[in-house]
Ligand binder design. Structure first.
Ligand code: TRP
Length: 457
């Protein structure tokens, strides 16, 4: 059985995480990224504030958390890339083509996610570099910040290049080192900025909008958006957490680390909203156009890039260093996420296709670049179509299937043994009484009903 193989007995040695906290930080590094700081606040602003926040928090704990345990468990049990892990999961061979095709679709979807992510990551890189050129070369600074196909492409290439460089360095050296150092700094800076924004005019109104829910806003489409946002933010449903699970040590407590990752990710999203929603109201006060007359966001893809610079400008002399610090930390957070995206197809190509790590990552990045070029050439409507297809549909649906696979195709004993490795007493815990049924029935039914609800309004 694959789970009984010692760590190094597969034909290609698996990289591993050296410490438990290293893993939590790396998985949280995958989870914390543009989803938290770019898309979460925009979704809050688009979907009526606190009502969305509330639904998002509930779904993250009630649906994303159990699904994350399932995905990590499949990965660690399989000790291999997602395609092999899922293919070998069912006891009954008849199911293998089904699980394998699901895995292949998931891998293709993560490549699509990587392409739109690189475009936004590129914008972020542009805003990071811009303050450095502001006084000496203002034209360059404004080129970096102005939405245009060439600039979008050049910066996306740079972002992909950086991701490639880190992934080529291998898991331990690359991912772990980067995540562990910079995440605490990001949290610290968020807190400092929240304090700074609260002193400005309009912030209080923003705070109310963020924290006091209007329950009338909750409907099918808000719940579906919150679900997609939550799964995107926790990197679920496309094999990223499965790969990370396969790199995880045998004695790690899966439900425990999953909970830590979930709480860290949701906590950082909440903090980011606490900064950006009040900042958005400050910007409104300053006359920046944010909402259209019909109540929709004028430009949800670039909202954060309009709101934050307005805030930084308001900070006087501190504005430039603060902007620089914020955008560089954000770029790092985006990179620790994008490396987890590239890691999935790379693990598949190296382990199943026999390619070297370097070759595999070049092949994938070239493919992703082609998609990036196509999306940029026809940004409207392709960009939002790709975002919608991957985060709105593929991630929740794939995640539903992963829960079903872990629930029905992997026997109770195999699940128990896998989880017991890091939590010997789990059999007598509340977790074990609830979770196996939860992923067999409750998660799939709830995810499916969100889709049904959306379609009946
Ligand atoms: N969760 C990350 C974020 O919030 C993005 C991310 C990283 C991701 N890896 C992923 C999303 C895999 C989906 C699938 O920015």
């Amino acid at each position: 059985m694959p789970s009984d193989l010692p760590e190094q007995s597969t034909s290609i040695p698996r990289f591993g995480f050296s410490t438990r906290i290293g893993f939590v930080l790396a998985a949280a590094g995958s989870a914390v990224g543009l989803g938290n700081i770019w898309s979460f606040p925009a979704q809050v602003a688009e979907n009526g504030g606190a009502a969305f926040v509330l639904v998002y928090l509930v779904l993250s704990l009630v649906l994303a958390y159990p699904a994350l345990v399932a995905e990590l468990m499949i990965g660690r049990y399989g000790q291999s890339n997602p395609v092999s892990a899922l293919e070998n999961l069912p006891e009954d061979r008849l199911w293998r083509p089904v699980t394998k095709v699901t895995a292949i679709i998931a891998v293709l979807m993560i490549c699509l996610i990587f392409s739109f992510y690189s475009i936004v990551g590129g914008w972020l890189a542009g805003y990071t570099l811009a303050p450095l050129f502001e006084s000496a070369m203002p034209d360059t600074a404004s080129w970096l910040k102005t939405f245009a196909p060439t600039r979008n492409f050049v910066l996306a290439v740079a972002f992909i290049g950086l991701t490639l460089a880190i992934v080529n360095g291998g898991v331990q050296k690359g991912i772990e080192r980067w995540s562990a150092r910079l995440m605490p700094l990001l949290v610290l800076l968020l807190i400092v900025l929240i304090v700074a924004v609260m002193t400005q005019e309009g912030a209080e109104e923003g705070l109310q909008h963020y924290l006091i829910p209007d329950f009338n806003r909750i409907n099918g489409s808000l719940i579906l958006s919150a679900l997609g946002q939550s799964f995107f933010s926790i990197s679920l449903g496309v094999g990223a957490m499965m790969v990370y699970g396969s790199y995880l040590k045998r004695d790690a407590n899966l439900p425990g680390v999953a909970l830590q990752v979930c709480l860290l990710d949701t906590g950082i999203a909440f903090l980011a909203g606490l900064l950006i929603i009040p900042a958005l109201f400050v910007a409104l006060n300053l006359g920046v156009t944010i909402y259209l007359p019909d109540g929709h966001l004028a430009n949800s893809d670039t909202l954060v890039f309009e709101v934050l610079p307005a805030l930084f400008n308001n900070l006087g002399v501190m504005g430039i260093p603060v902007a620089l610090a914020f955008f560089s930390l954000m770029s790092t957070a985006a990179l620790t996420s994008s490396i987890s995206m590239l890691e999935v197809p790379v693990a598949c190509l190296t382990e199943r296709g026999g390619l070297s790590r370097r070759k595999a990552s070049f092949v994938i990045c070239s493919g992703v670049l082609v998609v990036v070029a196509v999306v940029i050439s026809s940004f409207d409507p392709l960009f939002s179509m790709v975002v919608n297809l991957t985060t709105g549909y593929a991630q929740p649906i794939d995640s539903l299937l992963f829960c079903l696979f872990a629930g029905w195709l992997m026997g109770r004993d195999r699940k128990l043994q896998e989880i017991q490795k890091g939590w010997p007493g789990v059999e007598h815990s509340l977790f074990w009484k609830v979770w196996p049924w939860y992923i067999r029935l409750v998660c799939p039914v709830m995810i499916a009903s969100v889709f049904v609800l959306e379609h009946i309004g």
